[in-house]
Write a protein that binds this ligand. Structure first.
Ligand code: AMP
Ligand code: MN
Ligand code: MN
Ligand code: MN
Length: 284
């Protein structure tokens, strides 16, 4: 496996908060020249078999994937898992538990929105959720755009769904320890998703990377649709400092919302170890 490979190891389907099916995503990835693909739905691996079957039918290499929600130092951090055994019982139960609070959280989000005059948001968001177990802020955002409350999803997040705003409900997700262990003990590799998107102090970020490594984490996303070119350079340096392999993924959710299409990313910097080198025997 070479460093220059059109690998896209981060995207979402209707099984979480994407708008396309696993099959449509596979076809789109293949059409865009992706050679190694992973579907990484939030807290859910219900789309893995469909994604693998669709990739194999197209002659595209596949790694199992998931993006686990974690609470670390009071913030939500996303840990991508790649190349795990999707039948692993502990991983599956961990994901069930992580998804568990989403329904209640969504009801509380709707109550917060009702207090500022936005009615019916729970039912509205649920209509956009392809998987009722996986109702997310993205589904609320789509409802608020559709009903004309906001122009686009970034505006919804800014005004309603981030800390201190009426639809924001603090939530405790999985621990960093558990997420990394579920993934690695199922034979996969854990990867810190889009590190530039967190609001950590330098000390907190150092703690995140140090503890992640101590738990057995081996990778970090360097080239992602969620990073600017400068942020990719910064985390290429961080990957080398911490001795982590680098991952590459669009974080594609929807043709209407995502500015980075599947596979449409810069190459990983040549001096880094691609995470797929650690996963050569897990590629299907
Ligand atoms: P949740 O897991 O319910 O907290 O939802 C998190 C999801 O919301 C992320 O995976 C993104 O898809 C989306 N999201 C978070 N922040 C923003 C933002 N500022 N603009 C658009 N989408 C966002
Ligand atoms: Mn998402
Ligand atoms: Mn994420
Ligand atoms: Mn994502």
């Amino acid at each position: 496996m070479q460093a220059i490979l059109n690998a896209d190891l981060h995207c979402h389907s209707v099984v979480s908060d994407g708008t396309l099916t696993p099959e449509t995503l596979a076809a789109r990835a293949h059409a865009n020249g992706v050679a190694l693909w992973a579907l990484t739905d939030h807290d859910e691996i219900g789309g893995q078999q469909r994604a693998l079957a669709a990739a194999q039918a197209l002659g595209m290499k596949y790694l199992t994937g998931v993006e686990i929600s974690v609470t670390f130092a009071g913030q939500t951090v996303h840990i991508v898992g790649l190349g795990f055994d999707a039948d692993d019982a502990r991983l599956r139960q961990g994901l069930v538990d992580t998804r568990g609070g989403r329904g209640q959280r969504a009801q509380e989000m709707a109550e917060g929105l009702a207090q500022v005059g936005i009615r019916g948001a729970y039912e509205g968001a649920l209509r956009y959720a392809g998987n009722p177990e996986l109702i997310s802020r993205t589904h609320f955002a789509r409802f608020l755009v559709e009903t004309g409350v906001c122009r686009d999803t970034p505006e919804v997040f800014r005004k309603y769904l981030t800390e201190g705003k009426p639809g924001f409900v603090p939530h405790r997700w999985a621990t960093l320890h558990d997420a990394v262990h579920w993934i690695t003990e199922a034979g996969g590799q854990a990867v810190i998703a889009h590190p530039a998107r967190y609001d950590f102090t330098p000390n907190e970020e150092y703690a995140l990377f140090t503890e992640f490594k101590a738990h057995g984490g081996r990778g970090v996303e360097v080239v992602t649709g969620s990073h600017s070119a400068q942020e990719a350079v910064k985390y290429a340096v961080t990957a080398q400092e911490f001795g982590l392999a680098a991952s590459r993924g669009s974080d594609f959710h929807s043709p209407d919302e995502s500015h980075t299409d599947l596979g449409a990313l810069p190459w990983l910097p040549g001096e880094l170890t691609p995470v797929w080198e650690l996963l050569a025997d897990r590629i299907q």
